[in-house]
Write a protein that binds this ligand. Structure first.
Ligand SMILES: [Zn+2]
Length: 569
């Protein structure tokens, strides 16, 4: 037992964070989170289960660990003696508790590790027990939730413990193939072989506040590099910033977050009756009377006026639409490779009750917001986050809705070094193969390849005052006209407005905006978007995946231009 998880019956315990002496019952009532400083004390597996699952719902799996000492390991004590001591100290048979339960009434299989048992180390019994929990999830077709707390592979079992990383990963892979959600909850600490396998190769990775996760521990890294480590190294917030985890969640919110994720996955597998295309409560703005005429400071249909409307700082952003047109958004972060791009947001949401994956560019309304979001210009990490979410949607059978609003992909030096071109290319390729419905909406600026990286879709919609173009009018003017002042002429020449692109077949439908434009009534704009999305998405839900992909490819094939010479065949 550590100083922060005192023995049964002990009345007081000292917080490891602020050293305050806390009344044990008060600490326990607060989920073992210090009420003074917020430090999350470590939890044993039984306490963790009590906090996470619905009361009385946990059923332990029948499997018991085999007695193992595969290499006859002895340090100062023989390995079997250490096992016996760990069992006596924790009341557990091994460093993990596995079973089935419900969380928020959604069934799942769980494997919860216990750091008190030989540092939560991964040995062949732990690996086997977690694998059986995964197999149970597969057999019952329910999600798998893993709660990790481990120093890594168990040294006392030599290379056999290393093999467990592969064993459990295979079980996770089988769940992926079956389209069943896997979630890991990283708790403090999660290191080594556990971090480098099932703690991070699940669909959604949640870090509990205060958790640290890494492959090598800080002591090893300091020894190897001879350098001091940056502040907050390997902490949950560090992991979020570097694209390694989807979210950091305080202990008191873990249960509700898991409930939301399980709800989304369950709904995706057992769809509700098809949502009504016509909302029961008609939008306050009647699409028929909503402006189809630009009143954003220019004559009707003037392309330059539309460019300025599309860039208006008051125009609703993706996060605004997630509030107004969707429900229950759970944001997922990071590309798992090193970054979390703020210019792209995405996650699970509901559209009139139907679960969807929403991915969009995020700008902002103020200068500070715009700077923080890099003006909606995605980095390679942003494109890779989008790709990760598209693939997750495909595995779970969720339709994808993309909201496009970007001046273009990030044109910086770092973006080039990190493979911007290839990142965009990979997204376009992935979208042409995605076996789930995709509806893209150009909501503001559809700038070039950065826009297309989210806009290869079964249906491409465009807001009335949005623009979609191969180059900005200013850029075009600078190249083809004598001066940049020719941007308005370039805007007209580029045919970048929604009606123009509809005529060209690039866009399937124009989404009306409230009068005079979306920025003047963002709530109404959200309602109109919702109506258009439902009308376009609902018929796609009935289409077989192979047909979807074939039609999508045909849709984009039709833009090819080649005559056939007379007489040629
Ligand atoms: Zn404290």
């Amino acid at each position: 037992m550590t100083a922060t998880a005192p023995r049964e019956g002990q009345l007081w315990s000292r917080c490891a964070g602020c050293a305050t002496l806390l009344y044990r019952k008060r600490l326990h009532r607060n989920l073992d989170v210090c009420p003074e400083c917020g430090t999350h004390a470590r939890l044993g597996a039984p306490d963790r289960l009590r906090q996470l699952v619905d009361p009385g719902s946990f059923t332990m799996l029948p499997d018991r660990p085999a007695e193992v000492d595969p290499i006859g390991f002895v340090d100062v004590l023989p390995y079997p003696h250490r096992l016996t001591a760990a069992r006596a100290g924790t009341g557990l048979a091994e460093a993990v508790l596995c079973g089935t339960a419900t969380i928020g009434r959604h069934p799942c299989a769980l494997a919860v590790m216990d750091f008190r048992f030989l540092g939560g180390s991964l040995g062949s019994a732990v690996g086997e027990l977690i694998t059986r929990a995964a197999e149970r999830a597969l057999a019952d077709r329910i999600p798998l939730v893993l709660v990790t707390a481990s120093g890594g592979a168990r040294m006392q079992e030599g290379a056999l413990s290393l093999m467990q990383m592969a064993t459990v990963s295979q079980a996770v892979a089988a769940l992926r193939e079956a389209g069943l959600l896997t979630v890991s909850v990283l708790t403090d600490p999660t290191y080594g072989g556990v971090a480098a396998s099932f703690a991070t190769n699940t669909d959604v990775v949640i870090a509990e506040s205060g958790a640290r996760m890494g492959f090598a521990g800080p002591r090893v890294i300091r020894q190897v590099t001879g350098r001091a480590l940056p502040d907050g190294f390997q902490t949950a917030d560090f992991l979020l910033r570097h694209g390694q985890v989807d979210m950091v969640v305080p202990r008191r919110a873990l249960r509700s977050r898991l409930t939301a994720l399980l709800a989304a996955a369950r709904a995706a597998r057992r769809p509700d009756p098809a949502p009504d295309v016509r909302p029961s409560q008609p939008a306050a703005v009647d699409p028929a009377t909503a402006s189809s005429v630009s009143a954003a400071g220019g004559p009707a249909g003037d392309a330059w006026a539309t460019v300025r409307a599309a860039r208006h700082p008051g125009r609703p952003t993706t996060l605004d639409y997630l509030e107004s047109a969707f429900d229950d958004f759970v944001e997922l972060h990071g590309d798992r490779l090193g970054g979390d791009c703020p210019a792209v947001v995405g996650g699970l949401a509901r559209l009139a009750g139907h679960p969807v994956m929403v991915i969009g560019h995020q700008k902002g309304h103020t200068t500070a917001e715009l700077v923080a979001r890099n003006f909606g210009m995605a980095s390679p990490a942003g494109h890779r986050k989008a790709l990760r979410l598209m693939r997750l949607a495909a595995r779970l059978g969720l339709p994808v809705v993309t909201l496009v609003d970007t001046p273009g992909a990030d044109p910086g030096v770092a973006a080039e070094q990190q493979g911007q071109a290839a990142a965009i290319a990979e997204n376009i390729l992935a979208l042409t193969m995605l076996p789930t419905p995709v509806v893209a909406v150009i909501t503001g600026e559809g700038g070039s390849g950065g826009a297309l990286a989210l806009a290869v879709a079964d249906r491409v919609l465009m807001l009335r005052h949005a623009v979609y173009s191969v180059i900005s009018p200013e850029g075009c003017a600078a190249i083809l006209w004598p001066d940049r002042g020719a941007a308005p002429q370039a805007a007209r020449a580029l045919r970048l407005t929604a009606p123009d692109l509809c005529r060209l077949g690039v866009v399937d439908e124009v989404v009306p905006e409230p009068d005079p434009a979306a920025q003047d009534d963002p709530e109404a704009a959200g309602r109109l978007l919702r109506v258009a999305l439902l009308a376009n998405l609902t018929p796609l839900l009935e289409v077989a995946p192979a047909t979807l992909v074939r039609r999508r490819r045909q849709r984009f094939r039709r833009f090819g231009a080649a005559g056939v010479r007379a007489g040629a065949r």
